[in-house]
Write a protein that binds this ligand. Sequence first.
Ligand SMILES: Cc1cc2nc3c(=O)[nH]c(=O)nc-3n(C[C@H](O)[C@H](O)[C@H](O)COP(=O)(O)OP(=O)(O)OC[C@H]3O[C@@H](n4cnc5c(N)ncnc54)[C@H](O)[C@@H]3O)c2cc1C
Length: 371
Amino acid sequence: MPDHDVAIVGAGPVGLLLACLLAQRGIDVAVFEARGAADDRSRAIGIHPPGSATLDAAGVGAQVRAEALALDGGDVICASRTLASLTFTAAQRVLILPQHRTDAFLRARLSQVQDGALHLGCTVTGVWNEDAVARLSFAERPDITASFVVAADGVRSGIRRQLGIAWRERPGSGWYSMADIPDSSDASLGTRAQLHCEREGLVESFPLPGARRRWVAGDPDRVLGDAAAFTHAIERRTGIRLELPGGLKPTVFQARQHLAARLVHGRVVLVGDAAHETSPIGGQGMNIGWMASQHLASAIERSLRAGRVEVEEYERRTLRAAARAQRRSSFYMTMGRPARGPALLLRNTAIRMLGTVPLRGRTADMITMQG
Ligand SMILES: Cc1cc2nc3c(=O)[nH]c(=O)nc-3n(C[C@H](O)[C@H](O)[C@H](O)COP(=O)(O)OP(=O)(O)OC[C@H]3O[C@@H](n4cnc5c(N)ncnc54)[C@H](O)[C@@H]3O)c2cc1C
């Protein structure tokens, strides 16, 4: 007998959501997380409608909605002119909540549905398929076995590497700098997003709960790592003058895209960023991981009942959905690149077209991951 039905490696938003979905179905789950405490880094903020549906399924939707800010829509701007303006319908509404808060709701929910399922400070060092189980070894504790091991161990997944699964780079990468700061009154933009697609590059601005905003600037030369360079670039491109609270440095990150060549190896299954890295420009990585977790929870439940591994459909659907999201993110990154002359004119015409009445609804559907 294995020690657990399912062992999940990694307590990021995807591993936690999957654990809640499985535990709710009465499946015995254990989550092993290397960190000793919660991860409070500033990462995902956007929860798209399909992502909200998965949070509802995991029993935390209402709590997330109560704390999140609902994004009304957004404007695409170039040289102080609005090229396109979208207002989301109720079905398209994107929720904004910092990732560490969503994680906190999921962690609390997991302890409600299966107390003691989360094991912090446990670093997985190896995984093996044996006869009818998979085995995990740890730096800090004895081995355990499970009917399924799910690797939700993020972009740098050690399990993916150990299993020798190829990690294929997809087109579209770039450097960006980002800061979450109080919304100063002269730059107050309400509950709408603003995307400045300027000659010198992209500036994005999103409202956050608690009268704050996230500012992101495309950084072609990777030089916007200090507060002065970041705020000067934003002012030069948009005319908006920001002040970063004393000592705050923008976070510099590289947006890249990768897709695992396969997601299943015997009784070990990859999910979330371990399976697909999607550029944060367009903000869909966590949402795609959650949607895939719903399929995976059903596939694991079916497999446990049938006594055999039935996860091929999960793999096929997830690889297809991730590839589609990566194409969308490549498009968003292209729209935000520095451009001049005819290239800028052409790009602005394309953006204007996407915002015209006949296309506006479909554009909003694409941005909010509908269909
Ligand atoms: C700046 C930025 C903005 C983003 N914005 C958005 C957004 O708005 N919307 C969106 O959908 N996505 C967004 N994303 C992407 C989103 O953050 C990721 O898709 C999401 O965190 C993936 O979750 P995960 O659970 O798969 O992996 P992770 O969050 O990376 O969690 C993996 C966990 O596994 C643990 N782990 C790793 N190795 C081991 C081991 N050997 N043993 C035990 N534990 C281990 C790690 O400590 C970590 O806690 C953004 C990303 C960035 C960087």
